[in-house]
Ligand binder design. Structure first.
Ligand code: ATP
Length: 319
């Protein structure tokens, strides 16, 4: 019998997490299930930072970025003793199931809880779009919009000064923010975990574009693939462009979620409760071909990364 569910957000925050919390809360309450907000991710789960949620706990939150529940990282959650302390706390508080919202690490935590008999459903909340099995994660669309707005502005100024803007975007080993923004902004060069980094090839391409009469260029780089400042300096030295590096950083995490993220989060939040009501735990929610589906968390965390080759081919054709 499902009487009370807990909800938490974990890992990096993403716009749309609040819309998901709201959807879980309101769908659960409508089904006569009590809701408990768990503060600060798995840290709060272990420490018992629990607060009863009512309908109004989530009022006025759908348009807000970040997460009203707070988020934290607790690497020790991988340890059996810490996990068991968390499970005890859930039992003490008579929590029958937990909905977690977060990225890959959060999914692994949910998988551990599931293996230890806790009824758990996971929702993909990360700007990186780095969760397998789902076409999109909650927050990706908002972050993409932020990147595109920034790069469009950089393009205006780089156009006026014969510049090459080298823009670093987030991604956590996933090139989706880079490839989607590269296509959206008409960038000239992409450097992502999928393309790898060949400095000489980048410089050669810029010299080629210059010879073709290009006045400016945009290079989009996924974080941790190369040092954007050194690349910009090199561009200034060996090409006719003035290289300028911009690291967009945490600005990509903030802001009010786009309608697309709000709808995605609302659909996924409602689905999480539907699964639990149907007695299905240990699943994560995903969107595929605009359909909200679910699959075992265990299956999701061990899926190989799907190919983005078609996107890269499209990018190359459009330069
Ligand atoms: P983002 O993609 O934004 O970084 P994330 O969910 O991947 O989000 P992590 O810091 O990797 O962020 O994980 C969040 C939390 O999940 C960790 O602080 C830890 O409490 C828990 N966690 C991560 N990996 C595991 C694991 N293998 N087993 C159990 N718990 C884990």
């Amino acid at each position: 019998m499902l009487r009370k569910i807990g909800i938490l957000t974990s890992g990096g925050d993403s716009p749309g997490m609040n819309a998901a919390i709201r959807a879980v809360t309101r769908t659960a309450l409508a089904n006569g299930i009590e809701v408990v907000g768990i503060r600060d991710g798995y840290k709060g789960l272990v420490e018992g930072l629990y607060e009863p949620f009512t309908r109004s706990s989530v009022s006025e939150t759908i348009a807000r970025g970040g997460t009203i529940l707070g988020s934290a990282r607790l690497p020790e959650f991988k340890e059996e003793a810490v996990l068991m302390r968390g499970i005890e706390k859930l039992k003490e508080n008579k929590i029958d199931a937990v909905v977690v919202i977060g990225g890959d690490g959060t999914y692994r935590g949910a998988d551990s809880l599931t293996r230890h008999g806790v009824n758990c459903v996971a929702l993909p909340g990360t700007i990186d779009n780095d969760i397998e099995g789902t076409d999109y994660t909650i927050g990706f669309d908002t972050a993409l919009n932020t990147v595109v707005e920034c790069v469009d502005k950089l393009r205006d100024t780089s156009n006026s000064h014969h510049r090459c803007s080298v823009v670093e975007v987030m991604g956590n080993r996933c090139g989706d923010l880079a490839i989607y923004s590269g296509i959206s902004c008409g960038a000239e060069i992409l450097i992502t975990p999928e393309t790898g980094y060949d400095e000489e090839a980048v410089l050669e391409k810029l010299r080629y574009l210059e010879n073709q009469g290009k006045n400016h260029a945009i290079v989009i780089v996924s974080e941790n693939v190369c040092d954007v400042k050194s690349l910009a300096d090199k561009i200034s030295k060996v090409t006719g462009f003035a290289g300028r590096a911009t690291i967009l950083g945490h600005i990509q995490r903030g802001g009010s979620p786009t309608p697309s993220d709000r709808v995605l989060a609302s659909r996924m939040g409602a689905k999480a409760v539907e699964l639990l009501v149907a007695g299905i735990g240990g699943h994560c929610v995903a969107i595929r071909n605009n359909e909200i589906i679910s699959m075992p968390i265990e299956e999701c965390v061990s899926m190989p990364r799907s190919s983005r080759k078609a996107f890269y081919r499209l990018f190359d054709r459009l330069v």
